[in-house]
Ligand binder design. Structure first.
Ligand code: UDP
Ligand code: MG
Length: 335
């Protein structure tokens, strides 16, 4: 492996034992066919199945172009990608899912687009192969995000994307914990573009995103890149206080003219419940931001690395233990 390949492919892996062999069988030939030097950085995100063992075998089969970062636990897809970025050496970095939903054969087209001078190539899934409710929910979130952030992405969900070294280095200097890599990269790119790519059904296994995790991810996307939700709450609060002041004056005047009244009790309940609901949502939203601030100020390591399998170039194959595990900026003890 040359010290600096042309392109690094970063792939997060979480419980993908059923599909990894199919991925290898398509990914390596597709990259070999490109005629550009490459490395593949797999990040095992604390899989509980045989994924780590399968990645180790693959590393032993192709140590020249394969590197494996092993997390000691599950930190989520986006932190896995961030760790992959930190360990990548290529001039360009392409991210890809491990489940073959992103065809590896499209990588060449992403790189060709970068040759035109773009530093960020986003993608739009031509015909998205996911269940209907996810497509609709994702479209709605896409629209909301377009409105309240400055990030312009036609299809935010597709992970098959290419980034320049400059963008990746800037991301590497970030210490974000709950983040959304494509949006973060977009905010650092000078010259972004998008292309259409194919999308396939999951090759094997099932989605790693429960409804709960999807909702969390969308909070990351919105609150991680915009404070508009908070501002909307102060705006709404202002309108409601002005309206209720007018209402109180109206009732006071009415009290003087008509005398005491006790009608409209349930209307009042209705209004009160609505406002309580809105207030609770507001507190929760505030909590989202405060929780993020709390995580950031604690400054704990974002992820812990158990081992990195890589071949120090040039030389024999070796497994590099990471005693100083954790801080991704810890010095590399290349054995
Ligand atoms: N993934 C991960 N950690 C997680 C969840 C997912 O590394 O906690 C990886 C997963 O192995 C896959 C990619 O992220 O390579 C996308 O996950 P998935 O295909 O389940 O998401 P979906 O396509 O359903 O949105
Ligand atoms: Mg998938």
């Amino acid at each position: 492996m040359t010290a600096k390949p042309h392109v690094s492919i970063v792939i997060p892996v979480y419980n993908e034992e059923a599909g990894l062999d199919a991925l290898f069988a398509r990914l390596y030939p597709a990259l070999d066919a490109l005629g550009r030097s490459y490395e593949i950085v797999f990040v095992n995100d604390g899989s509980a199945d045989r994924s780590a063992a399968i990645l180790r075998e693959q590393f032993e089969r192709r140590p020249d172009v394969t590197r494996v970062v092993l997390f000691n636990g599950n930190y989520g897809q986006h932190l896995a990608i961030m760790a992959g970025f930190a360990h990548s050496r290529g001039d360009r970095v392409v991210t890809l899912d491990a489940d073959l939903q992103n065809p590896p054969e499209e990588i060449g087209r992403l790189l060709a687009k970068m040759d035109e001078g773009y530093d960020y190539v986003g993608t739009i899934r031509r015909k998205r192969q996911d269940v209907a409710w996810r497509r609709y929910a994702s479209r709605a979130m896409n629209r909301l995000r377009e409105r309240i952030t400055r990030i312009r992405m036609t299809d935010q969900g597709c992970m098959l994307r290419a980034y320049s070294r400059g963008v990746v280095d800037t991301i590497n200097s970030c210490r974000e914990i709950n983040t959304y890599v494509p949006a973060l990269a977009y905010s650092f790119s000078r010259n972004p573009t998008e292309i259409e790519v194919a999308h396939e059904e999951r090759a094997a296994g099932e989605t790693k995103y429960s409804l709960y995790k999807l909702i969390r991810l969308n909070f990351d996307l919105v609150t991680g890149f915009s404070v508009v939700p908070l501002q909307m709450f102060s705006m709404a609060g202002m309108v409601i206080s002005v309206a209720s002041l007018a209402f109180v004056i109206f009732l006071a005047v009415r009290r003087l003219i008509v005398g005491p009244e006790a009608e409209g009790l349930f209307t009042l309940f209705g209004i009160a419940f609505f406002l309580i609901g809105a207030a609770l949502f507001g507190i929760g939203l505030l909590g989202e931001y405060v929780g993020r601030i709390y995580q950031e100020v604690r400054g704990r390591p974002r992820y812990l690395i158990q081992a990195v399998l890589e071949r120090p170039a040039p030389g024999p194959v070796s497994v590099v233990p990471r005693e100083a595990a954790g801080r991704d900026d810890a010095p590399r003890n290349a054995a």
